[in-house]
Design a protein around this ligand. Structure first.
Ligand code: GLA
Length: 385
């Protein structure tokens, strides 16, 4: 059902504006965003679509085809995050809150309907897609214009301050600036965004473990804190150091004792991953896809050994997939501690190849990961169905 028809079926009226936003793949640059490093992502052509329309009362009502709980709230009540089955509403309501905090005045009553052909909760950042689609639809409905950077920054703010996840700008930036056939390059220190064409004949496959560490959110926050502490320690020796990603391996080695084992490993991952992103860009310029792939696979190894955000299931998939024919490289994509492995492949990697890996995984772990042959897509935009 189209979002427009879904909206009509729920509210018996037509929406005024709709916007859609894609999922994203993290190509390389693991946990560099909140450390001020460079990251590469890609938007995929699966979307979350949000329709907004007026109401005659002062309520705000949200429905989603993917959620059984309908949310009824008001502008005042929507200042506070929701919990339990209604927690999905924190992405759209977080967007509403940061837009209001940024001085945009909004009407008292409106309806929001959400649909998605983007699989939810599978490491493709459906949360950022929901934030940005809501942002564009709400902005149009209230007569504001938001450029891509602004909406990415607001989306991240919603996630940080309302959802409570201390993420960087990778997800929202990629969702905002994605383009079919392109990677998005983000300089997370300067918050600048650009695109690089993907080489012809390359493909993305996502293998999702469908497993999530029960402590995934607190583990992410712990890594975030460890990185912040490592930066503070390194800055004592070099007061002009601007962020952790700017620290050299030599500086990190010199501070090894002060850092202690864990912070030392996190910092080393950040320094080497930063170098890998730069090398990946050079390799893409040179059309050297095997070198791109080696960086991807090395990134996974670094997550496994130094950032310690992998798990047995991800390691198994990354190793098997990277070793399959016509695969340039494979790595965990996103926060880690469960979630998905991304493979960057040539044209001959097939469903049958992927199936063989899934069977081997099932024999070892007793469950099947999902496989998804992802195509790149365009970034968030107003959308006339
Ligand atoms: C999650 C976060 C991103 C980024 C990645 C790891 O996807 O939302 O901001 O930190 O993890 O690179």
């Amino acid at each position: 059902m189209s979002t427009r028809n879904y909206f009509f079926s729920q509210f018996n009226s037509v929406p005024a504006f709709s916007a859609r936003a894609p999922g994203r793949i993290e190509f390389i640059g693991n946990h560099l965003d909140y450390n001020g490093g460079p990251v590469l992502g890609a938007a995929i052509n699966r979307y979350v679509t949000v329709a907004v329309g007026p109401r005659s009362d002062e309520k705000i009502v949200l429905v989603s085809a993917a959620q059984s709980d309908c949310i009824k709230t008001t502008l005042d009540a929507a200042e506070q995050p929701l919990s339990g089955a209604e927690a999905w509403g924190n992405y759209p309501l977080g967007m509403l809150k940061v837009m209001r905090d940024a001085g945009m005045s909004v009407y008292n009553g409106f309806n929001i309907a959400v649909t998605n052909d983007l699989p939810l909760g599978t490491g493709l950042s459906s949360s950022a897609a929901l934030e940005l689609a809501t942002g564009y639809a709400l902005a149009a409905f209230h007569g504001f214009a938001l450029d891509r950077k602004r909406i990415a920054v607001l989306g991240r703010a919603a996630e940080n301050s309302f959802v409570g996840m201390p993420c960087g700008i990778l997800d929202q930036g990629t969702v905002a600036f994605g383009r079919a056939g392109a990677l998005v390059l983000i300089d997370c220190e300067k918050e600048t965004f650009s695109t690089r064409s993907l080489p012809a004949g390359t493909h993305f496959w996502i293998f999702n473990t469908l497993k999530k560490h029960s402590l995934v959110d607190s583990l992410y926050a712990t890594r975030h804190r460890e990185c912040a502490e490592a930066f503070e320690i390194l800055r004592r020796a070099d007061p002009v150091l601007i962020n952790l990603a700017a620290a050299s391996e030599t500086q990190i080695e010199a501070a090894r004792a002060a850092l202690g084992t864990e912070r030392f490993k996190r910092a080393l991952h950040v320094a080497r991953e930063t170098a890998r992103v730069h090398d990946t860009l050079d390799a893409l310029d040179a059309g050297d896809l095997p070198r791109v792939g080696r960086n991807l696979t090395a990134s996974h190894e670094s997550s496994r050994l130094f950032f310690e955000n992998s798990c047995d299931e991800l390691d198994f998939l990354a190793e098997r997939v990277a070793g399959a024919p016509d695969v340039f490289g494979a790595r965990l994509s996103g926060g880690g501690f469960g979630g998905a492995v991304m493979a960057f492949t040539g044209s001959t990697f097939s469903e049958a190849d992927a199936g063989g890996i899934v069977d081997a995984y099932a024999a070892k772990f007793g469950t099947k990961p999902s496989i998804f042959h992802a195509e790149t897509g365009d970034g968030a935009e107003l959308f006339d169905e």
